[in-house]
Design a protein. Sequence first.
Lengths: 389, 195
Amino acid sequence: MRCSKVKRLLSSYVDGELKEGLRLKVEEHLSSCSGCAQELKDLQALVREISEVRGVSLPLGFSTSLHQKLLVASEKGLGSPLLIFRLRPIFTASLLLVVGVSLLAAGLFYQWRLPSTPTTISHQSSDRRDILVPHQSTKASDRRDILVPHHPGVVSATLPKSRGDKYFARQRVTQQGDRLPLKAKETRSEVLQPSSESSSSSLPRGEVVLRLSLKSKEDLKGVKVEVRLSQGACFAEGESATWEEDLKKDIPLSLLIPLNLSSGGGEAKVKVCFDNQELVREIKLSLPEQAQSLPEDSSDDNPQSGFVLSFVSLDKSIDNIRDRFPSKVEFEGEGDLSIFLDSGLVYLAPLTFKRACLMPNPEGELSLCYAQGKRCDITDFQMVTANQN
Amino acid sequence: LDFFSSSKDGGELLKEKEKELIKKVKEGDLSAFEEIISNYEEKIYNFAFHLVGNEQDAKDIAQEAIIKAYLSIKSFRGRAAFSTWLYRIISNTFQDELKKAYRRHEVLDNSLPLQSARKNFVEDSSEKDYLHQVISKAISKLSPRLSRVLILRDLQSFSYQEIAEIERISLGTVKSRVFRAREILRKRLKEDELF
């Protein structure tokens, strides 16, 4: 046996991991080769030194902080498909904020839960998901969208809310007919709060948004809007929600149409009444089936698919809301999730990781946190869906 | 030296107890998990520490890995030894975390010469301590896949077979990684005239 080969085997030899035959050959060589024998001695000394490197003891408070993290983890449900979210003190304030919308958010959680068997979702997740958030603009009432790609798992979101803010999950809406003096457009939606709190609270959660904008140059007063869902929606058939609004020509009216996302969509009838006229528009709601079925206003050329999480602030007193969205977005599902920052890729969640969240700290600055509350601050960030093809 | 010894020599009784505890954990008993993990956490922390070379990161990734193990406990079906299963998750988590760290910082400070360790070296430490300090530093500067294998082998006394299962690599790959890791360490130490 040659020296070069023996030298390669010495490491395993020292560990007693050579097979009998090979071991004997090495020993035979060693007995007659002083160079290799010296090499063995050196190696043994090295291994001994390495093994004598002293261990470090657990840092103070290791078990305590671990216990707390485990508690949070177990509260969320051991091994449950729901996401695990662990808090650091810094996020407590954010949590309070989040609690404020828990009612709405709870609805969103529910609504965003996709069927566990992706039969109604025709496209399967590819190996990897990239999610981008559009760059932040700085004016109030600007709309922020997150495109949440389909996952054969759970997609959920927790959202903060201040006065006038509105969140909605949106799906592609196909419209039929064109008889209204109103233009109905489901993309580029802006949301108008219902006039009273009571009507707001009667709203179901997890909505599809339809934007109605006036074709007329005049303001229309006392317009009645009725939404009646005929099937496959949260509402029982025939149940409806009605609002009365003054339509301003410069403020588009949005309807929040409840939709059970797992039902595969349904049909809605929108009735708009004014000046003793009654205009009816049929709307079909359907789950996006193809990658192309996402909003056409998507500025990206890539065909995208999924749900859009949107944020609108109607609080005009705020000029700059760039730091207020999104508060926290969690994903679970197959495939990797990547979040890109200006500085490059910072987050790549493997399949087993299952969680990414974006949260503002009490100062309103966004952080990307991963793992357990480890975070890096974000001033500008982007999430996009990868090209599905 | 106790915690460097492989967990496999815990004895049958301990294994039975562990089995019992795992069952409890699966039923949602957190304290049972903490009881199990108390036998491992120092080892896990040391694994992390030698990998990343600093306490804060070591603590973070060790805890993250432990929590991940806790959440994955249902996937433990007893086919492999618990310690192997646990270490597989631990090692996997470390791998992911280091990847992320690498992306964040572009390059870890691999370029930092070992010589700087000598400067910071406290004078009253013995020459041995200094050597060990340099070795420790050198291990954390190996590429993570090499350092993981080396730590498992030389600091935590896992067998090649166990390492292969933990790292999900072949026995041959374990052999060559152990060999390469030691070679690099030896060269580094030689450069420093320590070996």
